[in-house]
Design a protein around this ligand. Structure first.
Ligand code: OAD
Length: 245
């Protein structure tokens, strides 16, 4: 099937769908100008995201890790949601039941109008105590370098409220995705712009497949294991998603 036939097929299925699930990764924000993690621009000052986004990296050099997040805040604040984010928000408006699970911490889905969003890796726009399990709070500050690492008024070290390598996922977010997927079959599922390196991402794509959903992958370098996606668009999200509406 060529892409145009696939577009027509997905569009027809989407029109009839009562329950839609969307999984996204860094690729959906690439066209907004935000570098992906595993692409060549994912490196910052010769550090890989894996070196920086980890409890060990933060323990070693909290200022460096904060500088990276502060830099990303600045980049993201200067970016706008793109056509793919907007199309996902429109799919939600038209669907009966809908859930979007994003690995992105940039908040662009919400800015595009998405409402039912689970941020499975947290949000770059929240901060929380580095130790002791204190509550996160909204924090949209772009800091001056001499304010880093960010500390509470009592001097306690703070950290971004994001999930780092080796850390557990937020239990409530995880449960919300599982509950959505197990409370009746999904009709159409989209997996967009993710390298699907984490087993829970592959699992959340596979569950709808087993329920009989049409699973659609959109990624210039499709990454899901074989036999999950019935339709694979090897293309940019911003080129394909608007055509599906
Ligand atoms: P990655 O950087 O691993 O993968 C981005 C994916 O997007 C790749 O498969 C690209 O081919 C694809 N891509 C690039 N441009 C695209 C476009 N215009 N349209 C569609 N797809 C495009 O990002 P994630 O899969 O999100 O986790 O990475 C998952 C997690 O690993 C991140 O949330 C982060 C990271 O380390 C943590 O920090 C815990």
């Amino acid at each position: 099937m060529n892409d145009q036939d696939s577009v027509a097929w997905v569009r027809a299925r989407l029109k009839q769908a009562r329950k839609v699930f969307v999984l996204t990764g860094a690729g959906i924000s690439a066209e907004s100008g935000i570098p992906t993690f595993r692409g060549p621009e994912g490196y910052w000052k010769n550090y890989s995201p894996q070196q920086l986004a980890s409890p060990e990296g933060f323990a070693r050099d909290p200022k460096l890790v904060w500088e990276w997040y502060n830099h990303r805040r600045r980049v993201i604040a200067g970016c706008e949601p793109n056509a793919a984010h907007r199309a996902v928000a429109e799919i939600e408006r038209r669907a009966g039941q809908f859930l979007l699970c994003t690995q992105n911490v940039d908040g662009l889905h919400q800015r595009a109008g998405s409402r039912c969003v689970v941020e499975i890796h947290g949000s770059i726009w929240r901060t929380r105590p580095a130790a002791g399990g204190g509550a996160p709070f909204e924090d949209r500050t772009i800091y001056d370098e001499d304010q880093l690492p960010v500390r509470a008024p009592d001097g306690a070290l703070l950290r971004p409220d994001v999930v780092w390598f080796g850390e557990a996922l937020p239990a409530d977010a995880y449960a919300r995705v599982d509950a959505f997927l197990t409370s009746g079959p999904v009709d159409v599922a989209f997996v967009i712009g993710t390298s699907a390196v984490f087993p829970y991402i592959v699992r959340w794509a596979a569950i709808p497949r087993h329920q009989g959903a049409l699973v659609v992958e959109i990624n210039p370098a499709p990454s899901l294991p074989e036999n999950i996606a019935a339709v694979r668009f090897a293309a940019k999200a911003g080129d394909i998603l608007p055509q599906l509406l």
